[in-house]
Design a protein around this ligand. Structure first.
Ligand SMILES: Nc1ncnc2c1ncn2[C@@H]1O[C@H](COP(=O)(O)OP(=O)(O)OP(=O)(O)O)[C@@H](O)[C@H]1O
Ligand SMILES: [Mg+2]
Length: 487
């Protein structure tokens, strides 16, 4: 399926016609050339997935042809055709990077087999390229927590994972929705196939359609080659629509169509592509409320919410805190290369009485910070946790109804040595991002600065190497996204 466009280069007219008709019957888009020069002109003007070329052409040979592609990151797979007399030349082509060769006379089935291999291979390459560009996935391998709520959650995952049902995972920010999604994938029958994540909140509005569905060459300024979207990369596997509530209404309609028809078109293209993808979506918003505000389509909600999974807030399962805390302490210490400290007796009390508005992610960050500030101490004290006084809970941290925290209320939590103003600014920005699940627009609003200022600050931090100090992945995401957007 990833192969669509084929360039056939053959000067023997009889063979050329028969191959062309076989390829067209197999629904490939075929362009034909009789000479090396004509083939080169086609390659310069268009993007091909596969080139099938005779090894000997009137104006050159296969190795010369292959040299054209050297050093190019994206190139077609080349299948060389040779006669008995030119097997050695075909071998030379293999050394130069040809994908396969066929010796004349060959049957239509032999060509078919070669194309099927090319198809599998190019899907692999595309998924691989995508994965190597995305951020490393350092989520832990298992869901920690023995509370009744977590046991129920695990039982539900076990029941739902093997089905192909669409799942909507809801829960507050930082509760572990992404981890649940990955667990669903890992234990599904599609675990051997691609798992592709789209963070709908992090991709700029003008790029998201092409990220979802791909684009044709020339679809818009800068679209120099055809690019596959993430639905196609996820074909036969699973796609995670992370923070699906952030998709615009216009794109929601297109998303609905893909879920209903299992078909899509690339941006700027008219070819319909069928896909077979299991969909998992997450959101930390109450989608019912978004529907009432006309920000989310009800029909899309019903399509996604075939199996609802709710991940409970950490304050509703405080029994899980000690096990999570131990695991996070170990992980942070390992990352920092220091011995794992133990938690002093008053730490336990502090951890259990905190309200955890940022849920498990907040707990993870607090312990990581404690290991850093503990400076190698064997036992950590409550001061190292820097939890401050328990705060009243707020369900929606981004809503305008949230009372501003008085700046003076957190001052007593500061130690004898005060941080610099710059440090406080950084911490405040990251705290706002965390509370707004890295939604930069909301975070900027929350602390009263413009989105542009926030973006500039984030790229400044990135350049100052602040990333190294901020070990948490979610904040790295925010910094990384800001810089890629600025680019
Ligand atoms: N049960 C758990 N066991 C171990 N780690 C967990 C658990 N739940 C969450 N975490 C950790 O907490 C962090 C946040 O989890 P995750 O990214 O899955 O949250 P989320 O619900 O997707 O949050 P958001 O809505 O902000 O995207 C991650 O580092 C994850 O590894
Ligand atoms: Mg998430």
């Amino acid at each position: 399926m990833p192969i669509e466009k084929v360039l056939l280069v053959e000067d023997d007219v009889t063979l050329q016609r028969s191959l062309e008709s076989q390829l067209r019957q197999s629904r490939y888009d075929v362009v034909v050339a009789c000479t090396l020069a004509a083939a080169q002109a086609h390659i310069a003007a268009d993007t091909f997935d596969v080139v099938i070329s005779d090894v000997q052409l009137p104006d050159g040979n296969g190795t010369q042809f292959l040299q054209m592609f050297q050093g190019r990151a994206i190139r077609p797979l080349v299948i060389i055709i040779s006669g008995h007399g030119s097997v050695e030349a075909a071998m030379d082509c293999m050394k130069q990077g040809a994908f396969d060769y066929l010796i004349k006379p060959f049957t239509p089935e032999q060509l078919e087999v070669s194309l099927r291999r090319a198809d599998d291979y190019s899907q692999l390459v595309k998924v691989n390229r995508f994965l190597s560009q995305s951020e490393p996935d350092d989520l832990p391998s298992e869901l920690i927590g023995g509370s009744a709520a977590m046991q129920e959650l695990r039982a539900l995952i076990r029941r739902v994972a093997p089905t192909d049902a669409t799942v909507l995972i809801q829960g507050e920010s930082g509760t572990g929705k992404e981890l649940v999604a990955r667990e669903l994938f890992r234990t599904s029958s599609r675990s051997g196939a691609p798992y592709i994540r789209v963070n709908c909140a992090a991709i700029p509005e003008n790029l998201i359609e092409s990220e979802f569905f791909g684009h044709e060459r020339g679809a818009f300024t800068g679209a120099l080659t055809r690019r596959e979207g993430r639905f196609v990369l996820a074909n036969t596997g699973t796609i995670l629509l992370d923070e699906v509530s952030e998709v615009s209404m216009g794109l929601q309609a297109k998303l609905l169509r893909v879920l209903q028809e299992k078909e899509l078109e690339r941006v700027g293209g008219n070819k319909t592509i069928s896909i077979d993808v299991r969909v998992i979506a997450t959101t930390n918003r109450h989608l019912e409320e978004s529907i009432a505000r006309k920000e989310f389509r009800e029909d899309l909600y019903f399509r996604l919410n075939v199996v609802p999974i709710h991940v409970p807030a950490l304050r509703d399962r405080v029994e899980d805190i000690p096990a999570l805390a131990t695991a996070f302490l170990e992980r942070s210490a390992r990352r920092l290369g220091v011995p794992t400290p133990t938690l002093g007796p008053e730490c336990r009390e502090a951890l259990l009485s905190h309200s955890w508005p940022g849920n498990v992610r907040e707990l993870e960050n607090v312990l990581q910070r404690a290991v850093i500030f503990g400076g190698g101490a064997e036992t950590l004290s409550a001061e190292h946790l820097r939890l401050g006084r328990p705060r009243p809970l707020s369900r929606d941290m981004t809503s305008s109804s949230v009372q501003h925290e008085s700046a003076a209320s957190f001052l007593p939590a500061l130690g004898p040595v005060l941080p610099t103003l710059e440090q406080v600014e950084k911490d405040l920005i990251f705290a706002a991002l965390k509370r707004c699940s890295n939604n930069r627009t909301h975070a900027a609003k929350m602390i009263g600065i413009s989105l542009r200022t926030l973006r500039n600050k984030l790229s400044e931090y990135r350049h100052a190497g602040y990333r190294e100090a901020m070990l948490t992945r979610d904040l790295e995401d925010a910094v990384g996204d800001a810089s890629s957007e600025a680019a």
